[in-house]
Ligand binder design. Structure first.
Ligand code: NAP
Length: 123
């Protein structure tokens, strides 16, 4: 299998305002991926977006959202479409309850680029 050229990828990460999600964002930005960051704490997301854009020159979009809310995945998909983003990689980290289940529905809700594959990490 050919190595992934992350400079062609747009990765949506849920839960990047701390912990393992923030580290995933840093690792992908370092490899040149454009990022879409989703969590509740907008100020944390904006701080991280600023850091990654200035360090790595990548495009970073912030979408504040509570993934435990009803229809969160549908609302998120609408916002992604409204912003004209095409997501090719999905990383989900929030841990429990509806917060964990909601991202599992995101792949079906998001528009999919032909030939793209989801790389999803969740439990
Ligand atoms: N950290 C590790 O080294 C590690 C290793 C192996 C497995 N894991 C597993 O990975 C998962 C995450 O661990 P972590 O250490 O990264 O946890 P964490 O630091 O608490 O991060 C959780 C992330 O989820 C977001 N989040 C929580 N509830 C949300 C909601 N309702 N809507 C949207 N975003 C929400 C939080 O952002 P907001 O509060 O801003 O919404 C935060 O960015 C856990 O299941 C853990 O067991 C972690």
């Amino acid at each position: 299998m050919a190595p992934i050229d992350y400079r062609t990828q747009t990765a949506l990460i849920t839960g990047p305002s701390s912990g393992i999600g923030a580290e995933c964002a840093r690792q992908l930005a370092q490899r040149g991926a454009a990022l879409v960051l989703v969590a509740r704490r907008e100020s944390k997301l904006k701080d991280l977006a600023g850091e990654l854009h200035s360090r790595f020159g990548v495009s970073v979009t912030v979408i504040p959202a509570d993934l435990g809310a009803p229809d969160a995945s549908t609302q998120l998909a609408h916002e992604v479409a409204r912003l004209g983003l095409t997501v090719t990689t999905l990383i989900t980290t929030p841990a429990s309850g509806p917060t964990a289940r909601s991202p599992m529905r995101i792949p079906n809700a998001l528009p999919r680029r032909y030939g793209s594959t989801w790389r999803q990490s969740s439990r």
